[in-house]
Design a binder for this molecule. Sequence first.
Ligand code: FAD
Length: 281
Amino acid sequence: MKLPAFDYVAPASLSEALAALRNNEDAKVLSGGQSLMPMLAFRLLAPKLLVDLRHIGGLSDILIDGMGVHLGARVRWCDILEDDRLATAQPLLRAAIGHVAHYQIRNRGTVGGSLAHADPAAELPAIAVACDAVVEIAAASGTRRVPARDFFTGPMSTGLAEDEIIFALHFPPWPEGRRWGFREFSRRSGDFALAGIGLFFDMADRRNANSHIAVFGVGDAAARLPEAEAALDGAVLDVAAIAARTAEVSGDIHASAAYRRALIETMTERALADALARRDH
Ligand code: FAD
């Protein structure tokens, strides 16, 4: 379907973009266009003006420092997937983004667009909520920071005002040794998830601590699961390591004791995963 008619500007600075939003009724920000363009094509929206962020400097940077990972609003999915630093600095994010859509969409879709679009089945909002990330928002009056948990207010809705622009998303530091997992189920690879979970926890005195679990694709917005988090906190989940450390092991011509200990750890992990996956219903 043909798009409705609209005017288009691509300002060179954030202040010009904010002025364009403020001075024009019915103006919309354009980032990667991967959600906005389909909405225009289906006539779900008919803005009079599109304000393209593509020429604004600094919005495409991924910064990693002692305060964590900082994603500019125009960082694309492919930028996240191609940045090897994130394998240790934010592995949960990287794993989740690997499930977003298809190559062409990952080549254009952006962090800011996904946050503003607020699809309940989108991966980034869920990871932002799981990790206590903070959304940085620019307005003519200055910038404000909103915890991701408070930013999403319902299906496709956020606390963003019409004349505000998402500037960046800030993730707190990711400590070494943190355990994490990401799983989603969708009908076909690249489809939006029917249900997904992102979680992590830290180990303190061989017990789980600081458990964070977020679910998405199942309700109005990505959400934390405090009861499940509390159940995970305090549990002893390094059972496999304990099994390997405490088993009496000897070496022979077939395998050394150290090799057998490593095998015990791996076999215990796999048997536990099997046990957890087995259900009577
Ligand atoms: P745009 O389309 O440019 O904008 C989307 C909305 O956000 C608009 O309302 C726009 O005004 C607003 N906006 C954009 N940037 C800003 C900003 N910086 N500040 C304020 N407002 C802003 N996403 C997933 O997460 N998982 C998937 O599995 C998935 N599958 C997809 C499959 C298909 C076939 C398609 C077409 C899309 C899919 N998407 C999926 C969506 C995709 O990730 C989009 O890229 C993303 O939702 C929006 O990002 P964008 O940069 O394209 O935003």
